[in-house]
Design a protein around this ligand. Structure first.
Ligand SMILES: Nc1ncnc2c1ncn2[C@@H]1O[C@H](COP(=O)(O)OP(=O)(O)OP(=O)(O)O)[C@@H](O)[C@H]1O
Ligand SMILES: [Mg+2]
Length: 479
């Protein structure tokens, strides 16, 4: 019995019991319960202050801070410790990313202070000890901004937003988003390289022009009109612009917009660094298949409201033709840059043959060139499809293109020239950046084409005297 009073024996017993207790705690997960209880007891001795970061402000505009904090929290390693975490596939193959779930608490350490975030429905709640608040809060918020900017710089997951039909209880806002992964870039688009470079430098100078626009008291936005026949690459070009700028895309479906104020509301709920697109605007206006009025569209284009919710937006409108469109829509300031998308010419064809078939040259090329010079043409989409279908045999691909040009494409290029002659004769803006491209600016064309160039040149000189310009060069000065 005396052994029971031996202090070494008692110490050994205590040590073993503690060890077993710890094993039980860890193995059974009881340790988490103990930790939670301990935190609860600690909480009783501290006074906390709460700060709410809501997704929308009182006028239903998106709160940028909400997005920044969410990105920041999802980047913390402590996200693994929250009870519920969402798992998603990442951008890279086999990558899995963690995303905070609703009503979860995530813990963060900053300058020795513990900070808690609670992910409530559409609101993130920051919980901080009052004793730490004065010392830590401001630098902590600054820290979130900095980390967000770094993450944003490194890897911006672009998003494509689409508007949904208006419901009276639209609690989630009017936009639904999916990851924007369109592979189109300026390199993959067949377009005259000079024109492509002009667009790139225009976008570049826009990005750098914040101070300039502010000094003028103007909203920092730029509007582009992409017009041309179907299948000439307008939508692909919008995607290339977004990829170039690293901007999200907001694709407005006008048939789902209930009235003018709804359109304003959509603009208000868009974020900065975004490309806002309305496709086929001419069709909506001609068919009156939208509940939005012309003045609603004009106000939207002027972006009066966007000035109050940040700017840095690029607006893009696409049309098949602009002949029947109200000139008020096209006036400088509303549309800063017009880009024409012509049907395929021989140069564009060669670019497509190179990217779709890997052909730099081929014995059938002279024949194709001749057909183009005779005025036949197809859209790049039509030619691209033929090339994809016959990609295993370049000769067969070229033969099918020749065949299609001779049957379907007869006169379409010539038609295009005729249509554009009409346009140019009546239009003022002579330095539209799409103009130099297309069939009529190539060397050594057919006689008809040369004739056309002569007349076109005359028209340009005449009209340039009258023109007051909304050209790219003025845009570049702005930058
Ligand atoms: N200039 C081009 N360069 C490379 N590919 C092109 C070009 N134009 C069209 N394509 C290809 O054709 C397909 C259709 O193009 P896209 O949808 O961009 O044409 P679009 O002008 O928007 O037509 P629509 O007016 O009918 O909407 C795409 O897959 C695209 O890759
Ligand atoms: Mg399109």
């Amino acid at each position: 019995m005396t052994i029971l009073y031996n202090p070494f024996f008692l110490l050994l017993i205590a040590f073993i019991s503690l060890f077993l207790f710890r094993v039980v705690l860890i193995k059974t997960g009881l340790i988490y319960i103990v930790k939670k209880k301990w935190c609860f007891i600690q909480d009783c001795f501290h006074v906390y202050q709460f700060f709410k970061v809501s997704e929308f402000n009182e006028s239903m505009q998106r709160n940028q801070l909400y997005h920044k904090v969410l990105v920041y929290l999802n980047s913390l390693t402590s996200i693994e410790d929250s009870d519920f975490t969402n798992l998603f596939t990442g951008k890279k193959p086999n990558e899995i990313v963690l995303r905070l779930d609703r009503n979860q608490v995530i813990e963060d350490d900053f300058l020795g202070a513990k900070i808690f975030w609670i992910n409530e429905d559409k609101t993130l709640v920051l919980k901080i000890r009052k004793a730490d608040k004065r010392r830590v809060l401001r630098p902590y918020l600054q820290h979130i901004h900095t980390v967000f900017d770094e993450l944003d710089e490194k890897k911006r997951d672009l998003k494509l937003y689409m508007n949904v039909r208006h419901h009276h209880d639209d609690q989630n806002g009017r936009w639904r988003s999916v990851p924007f992964t369109h592979p189109s870039t300026f390199e993959t688009i067949a377009m005259e390289s000079d024109l492509k470079n002009k667009v790139k430098s225009d976008l570049d100078s826009f990005l750098k022009a914040k101070q300039y626009y502010h000094r003028l008291g103007r909203v920092w936005k730029r509007s582009y009109l992409l017009y041309g026949p179907s299948g000439t690459g307008k939508s692909s070009f919008v995607a290339a612009m977004a990829n170039f700028l690293c901007y999200d895309v907001y694709d407005i479906d006008l048939s789902k917009v209930s009235d003018d104020s709804d359109l304003k509301f959509l603009l208000l709920q868009s974020t900065t660094k975004s490309v806002i697109v309305i496709e086929d605007l001419d069709r909506y206006l001609a068919e009156r298949s939208t509940a939005v009025s012309l003045s609603g569209i004009l106000n939207f284009m002027d972006g009066i409201l966007s000035s109050s919710c940040g700017e840095e937006r690029v607006m893009v409108f696409t049309m098949n033709g602009k002949d029947n469109v109200d000139p008020a829509i096209l006036r400088p300031g509303r549309i800063d840059v017009h880009i024409h998308f012509p049907l395929c010419d021989f140069t564009a064809f060669k670019t497509l043959a190179n990217s779709y078939l890997g052909l730099k040259d081929h014995k059938l090329f002279p024949q194709v060139e001749e057909i183009f010079q005779n005025g036949a043409s197809l859209s790049p989409a039509e030619i691209g499809e033929l090339m994809i279908a016959n990609r295993n045999s370049p000769s067969r691909a070229l033969k099918s293109v020749i065949n299609a040009l001779q049957t379907d494409g007869d006169g379409r290029g010539a038609l295009n020239i005729g249509r554009r002659l009409g346009e140019n004769g009546s239009r003022k803006s002579v330095e539209e950046i799409g103009e130099p491209s297309g069939v009529f600016c190539k060397e050594g064309g057919a006689h008809a084409v040369r004739e056309f160039k002569k007349w076109y040149g005359l028209l340009r000189v005449k009209s340039s005297r009258k023109s007051q310009s909304f050209d790219l060069s003025s845009g570049q000065k702005e930058g």
